[in-house]
Every structure is written in C-alpha cells, then in structure tokens.
Write a protein that binds this ligand. Structure first.
Ligand code: ZN
Length: 78
C-alpha cells in the first residue's frame, strides 16, 4: 500500500498517510483540517526509470564471474 507524506496548510504539520485512492481527502491528525497537500514520495533513492547502479550491473550480462572480481578472465569470456 502506498504511503504518502502530507503537509497541513493550516498548522504546517507533516505526517504520513496510507492512501487507498488517489484523490482521497486526507485529514490532518493534529488540527483535523482537510486543507492538506500531498508531498513527493519519501523514497528519494528510487529512480522511476529503474536505472539505478544495481539494476545496471545485474542486467548487463554478468560482468564478473566467481573466478575473478574484475570481469576479465577466461571463465567469464571477457
Ligand atoms: Zn493541521
């Protein structure tokens, strides 16, 4: 389930909320105002395209084998 971060425009309270529907009204737990705004996702390390270093190294055909660490021996064909 997606957790979003919200900020309340009335009291500037920041809070996290489970959201089931996209345009669900979220109430501030501090002042009960519905004048809240959704912030960007908390997961800043995640790139939406999935082009992180991890996925690059694991999907590029295995540049290293168990016999070497540099990916340049006869076993890995490099
Ligand atoms: Zn509030």
């Amino acid at each position: 389930m997606p957790i979003y971060e919200y900020v309340c425009a009335d009291c500037n309270n920041k809070f996290e909320e489970l959201v089931f529907k996209n345009d669900e009204e979220v109430q501030c737990p501090k002042c009960n105002s519905k004048n809240t705004k959704k912030l960007m996702s908390l997961c800043r390390s995640r790139v939406s395209g999935g082009n992180s270093l991890d996925s690059l190294s694991s999907s590029s055909g295995g540049s290293s084998c168990a016999g070497c660490s540099g990916g340049n021996c006869a076993t890995c064909g490099g």
